[in-house]
Design a protein around this ligand. Structure first.
Ligand SMILES: [Mn+2]
Length: 347
């Protein structure tokens, strides 16, 4: 194999010293490990989004086409909304006993903690690979590839798969397309680059049916999601002369509407879309006495990752989140005050 075990272990210790992003592995090193090993656990974060699921299934399909044994796991499984993704069965197999793997791969997951219970099925793995685009990722694992300029983990996987000649087909392309589309707000957010469109074009050449996939992704929401949006807009408030917009969801409302966590995805964009709004915030009450806070920013000057890090969270400059202890009202007050501190709310 192309990567000596010595190199792998020295990297493991280098990463443990606390410095990250200094020593990304190369695609060649990662490709060699993927080819040389037989059994893989492909993991991603709790409350998976389109990038997490598309990345997991895209890589899993490519590895299994190479003849590898692959287990795919995240804490929540395959969300109903993403039920159309090719290879979805990987996430629907019943949970078995913890197993030993040659390689475990964490995708799109900024901290090991965010893998949640998905790690419980990995009794051991000789090599941990960490592929991500969150700038707050500390670089855990043996082989680390973090590119915070990539708009989606799916984009990094496209580069890995194509540069290393790993299997690519229509099913894999569809997963990567969904990963990239959902993390770029359908190729709209500022993280979308010329390269993203080039990759989009490549994926379409691989057989992705753009109209069909977009309809499944963006025009097939359950009615309860629109009902949820109606409730959220009823709680909408503005701070700082309209620069900060927020809405909130209580446990009570969520249970009355029988809302599922995934119904939330993207609703915050309704706040972001308002003229004059710089920071949009969504507060969601959680059962364990905490509030999940999601933030979006329209300006590099308002770094919401930095704000969320003050509350123990993280993410990207323009899209971040945190889980904050307290009641909905307490957390709203604390967080909005901090945002107004960062965004000049007096003018
Ligand atoms: Mn992502």
């Amino acid at each position: 194999m192309g990567v000596g075990i010595g190199a792998v272990f020295s990297r493991r210790f280098a990463q443990r010293s606390g410095y990250s992003n200094m020593s990304n592995a190369t695609f060649q090193e990662i490709g060699a490990v993927l080819r040389a090993n037989q059994s893989f656990a492909v993991l991603s974060h709790v409350r998976p989004d389109g990038d997490a699921l598309g990345s997991q299934l895209g890589l899993a399909l490519s590895l299994s086409k190479l003849g590898k044994k692959v287990m795919v796991r995240n804490e929540d499984g395959l969300l109903e909304k993403y039920g159309f993704l090719p290879g979805g069965a990987f996430l629907q197999t019943p949970l078995g006993e913890p197993q030993d793997f040659d390689v475990a791969v964490a995708l799109d997951t900024a901290t090991q903690n965010r893998l949640g219970t998905a790690t419980e099925l990995v009794r051991s793995a000789r090599i941990w690979i960490n592929i991500d685009h969150h700038p707050s990722n500390p670089g855990y694992g043996d082989l680390v590839y973090i590119d915070s300029t990539a708009p989606a983990t799916g984009q990094i996987l496209f580069e890995l798969i194509t540069s290393q000649g790993l299997p690519m087909d229509q099913a894999i392309a569809e997963n990567l397309f969904v990963a990239i589309s959902t993390d770029t707000g359908s190729f709209q957010y500022p993280n979308t680059t010329a390269r993203t469109f080039e990759i989009g074009a490549e994926l379409v050449r691989c057989g992705v049916d753009v109209g069909r996939v977009n309809q499944l992704l963006y025009e097939s929401y359950p009615k309860r999601r629109a009902e949820l949006l109606r409730e959220l807009l009823g709680t909408m408030r503005f701070e700082g002369h309209g620069k900060v917009a927020s809405f909130s969801l209580s446990l009570k409302t969520a249970s009355r509407l029988q809302a599922r966590p995934e119904d939330n995805e993207g609703l915050i964009d309704h706040l972001r879309a308002i003229q004059g709004v710089i920071v949009a915030v969504f507060f969601e009450e959680l059962p364990e006495g905490k509030v999940r806070v999601s933030m979006r920013s329209k300006s590099d000057a308002a770094d919401v990752c930095a704000i969320c890090q003050k509350f123990g969270g993280g993410g990207h400059k323009l899209a971040a989140g945190a889980r904050v202890r307290g009641t909905l009202a307490e957390v709203e007050e604390k967080v909005l005050k901090e945002i107004c501190h960062v965004v000049d709310c007096n003018s």
